[in-house]
Write a protein that binds this ligand. Structure first.
Ligand SMILES: [Zn+2]
Length: 514
């Protein structure tokens, strides 16, 4: 006689990562995880083979259930989980394959020069085609522990990665995969709250591989990196170090976001693949500093938003969201305006400047690392001067990456625009909140060779409306019927804007862009 069997349980994570534990100290439900339930019964007094009953996906509480019509004989169960869906895949080790692929590239990473650029580019393109494989983790196996269940509802309760030593629940790699799953799903949900154009690419899932150890790169210089071709994030674990932590995996995920929202170009990948060992000093190419500064800054904003924690920058200074002082940037080898876009720290500071309200209250000449905010009573704004800061939101900064055809930007951000002048110009043209005055002020505030106070560049005298002379007469045009609005679009928008902003530099009167 057939009866209904129901197997249920909850998949969760207990993380000891300091960033996660800061705000999620307890058990964390793992949503969207695939769960495969298999069962077996005794045949002639001997346990038979396990047969899969069904594969289901956990709900937002990490809950799963499998129902099956079967006979009443007692059963043993096996339960496995897989960290894979159409947005995210997590790969375990597969180093044999990597060894084969990288043969013949030995010694290259010791000293990267422009000459090996094509070879490394080729290497990355080749690794793009590697078929890595996801792995089923076993969380229950009643094979060994002579347990059995009679028919009805069997509630296995909580399966806790990192909170149990049973099967793979205590396996350090499985726990990290569960952690990456939890963290990346949190980040995805933040981005899904923004406009569609800012979402992660839904046509190709992001993949994370951990552990990863590239035999051709020395253990001391090897670093986590993100492949711009296949969206695979490689998190290193070798004899010297284990790179897996929340800050690093979110930093790498932000590289993937940037690759998905800017133009991918040759010579980008090889530079970025070695970024881990190149954080100090200035970069030769501003796009490298841009990508690094962006990934670190965006990751810091996200860990603040999701986990309520200010992260440090590569184990050094904490990124509190406050811009850096000129003195700090000088200590990072930024000497003058031309160095700014070669420094990832200066990019981090620039993005923070774009988000900071009341910039005039900040002391960029501070002797500390930060342009700390002063009390408004200690800052004197000259009479009738108007203070204006861009105060963009996080997603408004992300929006500078994508195309804005009506503002004259038909393409996403290109490598050649990843420099101070072009990026600020693009931000100004795309965002109604950024003016030419802001652009000029930001350059001064970032420049360690300058000493101007923020109030002197952020709070400007009002511009007197132009008074017509005594002999003024309305131009002929004004007596003509108005121009049909659609016609004006035919003008070169960008040129019009530039001319407009030069002539009229007050934010209050800046023309509204569409
Ligand atoms: Zn990076």
């Amino acid at each position: 006689m057939q009866v209904t069997w129901k197997v249920e349980g909850r998949i969760s994570l207990k993380s000891n990562d300091s960033t996660i534990a800061n705000v999620f100290p307890g058990m964390l439900p793992l949503a969207g995880v695939q769960v495969k339930v298999s069962a077996r019964e005794k045949i002639l007094g001997v346990w038979g083979p396990f047969n899969s009953w069904d594969t289901v996906t956990t709900n937002s509480d990490g809950y799963f259930e499998v129902k099956k019509e079967k006979d009443k004989s007692d059963r043993q169960f096996k339960i496995e989980v897989l960290f894979k869906d159409n947005t995210l895949k997590i790969y375990p080790e597969n180093d044999g394959l990597w060894n084969t692929i990288t043969e013949g590239f030995t010694d290259m990473f010791g000293q990267i020069t422009d000459k090996v650029e094509d070879a490394v580019e080729q290497l990355l393109e080749q690794t793009s085609r590697i078929a890595y494989d996801v792995k089923w983790f076993k969380i229950l196996d009643e094979d060994k522990d002579d347990k059995k269940h009679s028919h009805g509802t069997i509630d296995f309760g909580y399966f806790i990665f990192g909170g149990s030593s049973k099967q793979d629940l205590g396996d350090s790699i499985a726990v990290k995969h569960a952690t990456a799953w939890f963290v990346y799903k949190k980040v995805f949900s933040v981005f899904n709250g923004f406009g569609k154009t800012l979402h992660f690419d839904d046509k190709k899932p992001v993949a994370l591989k951990y552990p990863h150890d590239n035999p051709i790169i020395g253990d001391n210089t090897e670093a986590a990196y993100s492949d711009p071709y296949n969206y695979i994030i490689f998190i290193i674990r070798n004899k010297k170090s284990d790179w897996f932590n929340v800050d690093t995996i979110v930093h790498e995920l932000m590289h993937i976001w940037a690759y998905q929202h800017c133009e991918k170009e040759k010579a980008m990948a090889w530079q970025l693949a070695i970024h881990g060992s190149t954080h100090s000093g200035l970069q030769k190419k501003s796009f490298v500093a841009f990508h690094e500064g962006f990934a670190e800054w965006a990751s810091n904003r996200l860990t603040r938003l999701i986990f309520g924690k200010d992260s440090d920058i590569y184990g050094g200074t904490t990124d509190t969201g406050v811009p850096f002082s000129r003195r700090f940037l000088k200590g990072k080898n930024v000497k003058n305006e031309s160095d700014i876009d070669k420094s990832e720290y200066a990019w981090i500071s620039l993005f923070n400047i774009l988000m900071t309200p009341d910039l005039h209250l900040h002391n960029f000449n501070s002797s500390t690392d930060y342009a700390a905010a002063m009390s408004s009573s200690s800052v004197t704004v000259p009479s009738r001067h108007v203070c204006s800061s861009p105060a963009l939101t996080f997603d408004e900064i992300l929006s500078v990456f994508i195309e804005h055809e009506s503002d004259g930007y038909k393409k996403v951000l290109t490598k050649n625009e990843m420099n101070l002048d072009d990026f600020l110009e693009r931000a100004k043209d795309i965002s109604d909140k950024v003016t030419q005055d802001h652009v000029e002020a930001i350059k001064i505030l970032l420049d360690p060779s300058k000493t101007d106070s923020a109030v002197s560049v952020i709070c400007l005298p009002p511009k007197a409306p132009r008074k017509p002379g005594e002999d003024w007469k309305p131009p002929k045009d004004l007596q003509q019927p108005p121009v049909i609005s659609g016609r004006r679009r035919a003008d070169n928008k960008k040129e019009t804007d530039k001319a407009g902003s030069r002539a009229n530099r007050r934010p209050a009167t800046k023309s509204k862009k569409t």
